[in-house]
Write a protein that binds this ligand. Structure first.
Ligand SMILES: C[S@@+](CC[C@H](N)C(=O)[O-])C[C@H]1O[C@@H](n2cnc3c(N)ncnc32)[C@H](O)[C@@H]1O
Length: 310
């Protein structure tokens, strides 16, 4: 058997409904399909996680595989968020780090709430270029905020040497440091500031999956390299396409990814190589309409879908 799958059923407090938690695990990577509050409460030990990256539903009406991310009121959305924030803080190790993304309009609430529980070290702006039609009667939104927080400002991981970038100085030639005994060019490698420029995931990119708010690999690479070490455990409570777990795996970290949608869970299972079929159906990466499917792949898919016999 390639993986351990345990299916647990637990009643929730509404009528006939039952919460199902499914756990898939292989080589230090765990995918848990279930509701975030339920899973955080019952499946994750206290003070066990080195790094948590959270990219929740933003309460802006996106469609997550048929489920709308719109709450009846902002107050209801925020009180739900505060519940999982408290649980995340509880699960974080004393030297752990916490990154939280959300829609710009909710960041101030999260900022004020988090200040009382963690230390916010950076307020990051992830900016990107425009895609599609931009606003014409106001300034369109081309960034998303990320709060970077730690539990203990005297004891946390920050591998600055692993995330250095070439600083943009605006100068045409290399600037020379004349204060040195022998004038030498300035070191242009710097730790990035708090404005990050990464393209959004586009359909034509290799990493593209079928999800409305997939985060780029490059964004998660920076976060995971900086705020965790090889062998550490990285948790993503709203995994979507499991970018966090995928990058953690590539960088030699362990991972736990939680996701409520079965369809998105299947993306994670495939992306992390935990299983290659689900309910006896082979899992495939999305076929792009602009790419010609290879003959072998086409044949395999047709056999799978019963269009051809072997
Ligand atoms: C903004 S997306 C995360 C995208 C992810 N960072 C990525 O790179 O693909 C939020 C995800 O949270 C999931 N979600 C919504 N409500 C949830 C809940 N109660 N428990 C667990 N996951 C939930 C949605 O299905 C959606 O995939």
């Amino acid at each position: 058997m390639l993986y351990n799958t345990s299916v647990k059923e637990r009643p929730v407090n509404t009528g006939e409904e039952r919460n199902t938690v499914r756990i898939f695990e292989k080589d230090g990577h765990k995918i848990i399909q279930g509701d975030v509050l339920d899973v955080l409460r019952t499946q994750i030990s206290e003070a066990s996680i080195d790094l948590i990256f959270v990219d929740p539903p933003y309460n802006i009406g996106k469609n997550f595989n048929g489920a709308s991310d719109k709450w009846a009121s902002d107050e209801e959305y925020l009180s739900w968020c505060y519940e999982w924030i408290d649980l995340c803080v509880l699960k974080l190790k004393p030297n752990g780090s916490f990154y939280l993304m959300t829609a710009t309009q909710f960041t101030p609430y999260f900022d004020i709430y988090l200040r009382k529980r963690l230390s916010i070290l950076s307020r990051i702006v992830w900016c990107y270029d425009s895609s599609g039609v931009q606003a014409k009667k106001y300034y369109g939104s081309l960034y998303e905020p990320i709060l970077f927080c730690v539990k203990d400002v005297r004891n946390y991981t920050f591998n600055s040497q692993d995330i250095q970038i070439t600083a943009k100085t605006g100068a045409q030639r290399k600037l020379i440091d004349y204060r040195k005994p022998i004038p030498t060019p300035y070191n242009t490698l710097k730790v990035p500031g708090n404005v990050w420029d990464f393209p959004r995931v586009r359909y034509r990119m290799d990493e593209y999956e079928d999800h409305p708010s997939q985060k780029p690999v490059a964004l998660l690479e920076r976060i995971i390299k900086a705020s965790s070490n090889i062998g550490d455990t990285v948790l993503d409570p709203f995994s979507g396409t499991f970018t966090t777990s995928f990058v953690a795996q590539n960088l030699g970290r362990s991972s736990i990814g939680i996701e409520i949608s079965e369809e998105y869970t299947k993306i994670g299972l495939r992306r992390l190589g935990i299983v290659d079929s689900y309910d006896e159906t082979k899992l495939y990466a999305p076929t792009k309409s602009f790419k010609r499917r290879s003959k072998a792949n086409e044949h395999a898919k047709d056999v799978e879908q019963g269009k051809l016999e072997l």
